[in-house]
Design a binder for this molecule. Structure first.
Ligand SMILES: [Ca+2]
Ligand SMILES: [Ca+2]
Length: 484
């Protein structure tokens, strides 16, 4: 071995030792390092110093949710190209009410400009929105702190610092009771509007009180030169505390809002609203044949409003029970296997008339043990039934003839990953989809159109079969359905 080769071997060996040592130094952090708080922004330190110098040793309040959760929120509210700082605090233990304060740099150094009493005891969320051309507004959701309160409060602030002649000032320009808030931006206007859901207490004609709820459209009014309520619509729910809202663009300037209201811990129903021009109102009108949202959309809480086919429009699921099934004449709704749920996905047909209503889009069978939906092809309606096997995770579709001449058409199967008891893929099945929890398989049990004799008339029809590639399009794992 030459001297050069020896040198190279030793050099490489040393290099490896050196690199390994570097790597392990990188990875190993001492417990002290891990316990050290993250480095604090010096600007935040300065803001905090100025704040405490002016208002004393206060307790800072952090927004509980939303995009801005820092105790020191910096944003260019007045549009002068330089950020202001918004801070929330409570002054002492006795007085837990939140105050909002704004700091700015009028002369290059942070100064506390103003602080105002907020509303309630905690800050839920903070947003910056543009309701007009002029400037950005600060929208703050305050938690009331009162267990018995029906609502919390949203307060909209403006901050102006645009004239040397006037002192900068922060003021509240709008407040509204709220439980849920959604921002709407109409392309035509290019400004924000708010859809506010809140609870209320109404008294009926007998003088009895009952809980109610409403949706309020809040917008800047050009005539009034102020932010205000432009429209209000009573809702069918008695509370919007846990309602979920899904917004869909109807056209460039109008929206549909689907609200999943909680009925009890197991069930929900959907109310649909249209937000058009200066109004918010129910999409399905009282004079419509489908005026009862509850009746047409009540279902298990396991099925939220979703865009199941990803076309940008929401579908509202419905799991009709026996009495509903008699009205929504749908033979599949009588599926009574404990593993399976018949789910009818409806689309809201909206044409701005009283004819607005839900129309069936997909008829599906939901397989609970395998967590998947299977869309029933239109040609199968009335003629096909389904049974389960393999701990409920396999569905076998067959013609509805009497037992002696019933023919199997298709089998779909969900194999749970890592499950020991069902670990062998049934023979002949092909993999068609997969998720973190399951692999999905299908097998076409009939490969050419099947003759089916209708029991009532004796008429013979030819039923289309579903191939494995077609089954791939019809099976939807629940975890892959896009929610809000
Ligand atoms: Ca600014
Ligand atoms: Ca859709």
């Amino acid at each position: 071995m030459s001297a050069l080769k020896k040198f190279l071997i030793i050099f490489c060996a040393l290099l490896i030792v050196f690199l390994t040592a570097c790597q392990s130094l990188d990875i190993q952090a001492s417990p002290e390092d891990l316990m050290r708080p993250p480095a604090v922004d010096p600007e935040q330190n300065e803001i905090e110093r100025v704040l405490r110098e002016n208002v004393g040793n206060v307790r800072l309040k952090y927004p509980k949710r939303g995009n801005y959760r820092s105790a020191f929120i910096t944003y260019d509210v007045d549009g002068d190209g330089q950020n202001e700082a918004i801070v929330f605090f409570a002054s002492d233990i006795q007085d837990s009410r939140v105050r909002i304060c704004i700091l700015d740099k009028p002369n290059g150094e942070w100064e506390l400009m103003q602080h105002l009493g907020g509303e309630g005891t905690e800050v839920q969320e903070v947003n910056f929105q543009k309701f007009t051309d002029d400037y950005v507004n600060i929208v703050v959701g305050y938690e009331s702190g009162d267990q018995l309160a029906l609502n919390d409060t949203i307060v909209v602030y403006s901050y102006r610092n645009d004239s040397p002649a006037n002192a900068p000032y922060l003021r509240d320009i709008y407040r509204e009771e709220y439980k849920q808030i959604i921002t709407l931006r109409r392309q035509e206007r290019n400004y924000d509007e708010l859809l506010v859901l809140n609870n209320s207490w109404v008294t009926d004609s007998d003088g009895a009180g009952m809980r109610s709820a409403a949706a309020v459209l809040v917008r800047y009014d050009e005539q009034e030169k102020a932010l205000g309520k432009v429209s209000e619509c009573n809702l069918s729910a008695s509370s919007v505390d846990d309602s979920k809202i899904y917004i869909q663009e109807l056209d460039k300037d109008n929206f549909l809002a689907y609200i999943d209201h909680v009925v009890d811990k197991n069930s929900i129903f959907t109310e649909s609203l249209v937000i058009k021009e200066n109004s918010v109102r129910k999409a399905i009108r009282p004079e419509s044949s489908q005026r009862d949202d509850f009746f047409y959309t009540k279902r298990s809480a396991a099925f939220p409003t979703s865009d199941i086919d990803g076309d940008g429009k929401y579908e509202v699921p419905f799991t009709p029970d026996k009495s509903a099934a008699e009205i929504i004449t749908d033979p599949l709704s009588r599926i009574s296997d404990g593993w399976l749920v018949y789910v009818l996905w409806q689309e809201l047909f909206w044409d701005d008339s009283v004819a607005n209503k839900y129309v069936p889009k997909y008829r599906t069978v939901y397989n609970e043990p395998g967590q998947y939906f299977f869309i029933i092809p239109d040609g199968w309606l009335d003629f096909v039934s389904v049974r389960t096997s393999r701990e409920g995770r396999e569905m076998i579709f067959s013609t509805k003839n009497t037992r002696s001449n019933s023919k199997d058409l298709l089998s779909v199967f969900a194999m749970e990953k890592g499950n020991e008891t069902v670990s062998v893929v049934p023979e002949g099945m092909e993999l068609i989809a997969g998720t973190d929890g399951f692999d999905y398989y299908a097998d076409a049990l009939a490969t050419y159109p099947v003759e089916h004799t209708m029991e009532s008339t004796g008429k013979v029809i030819k039923l289309d079969v579903v191939s494995v590639p077609e089954a791939r399009e019809l099976l939807m794992p629940k975890s892959k359905i896009t929610g809000p």
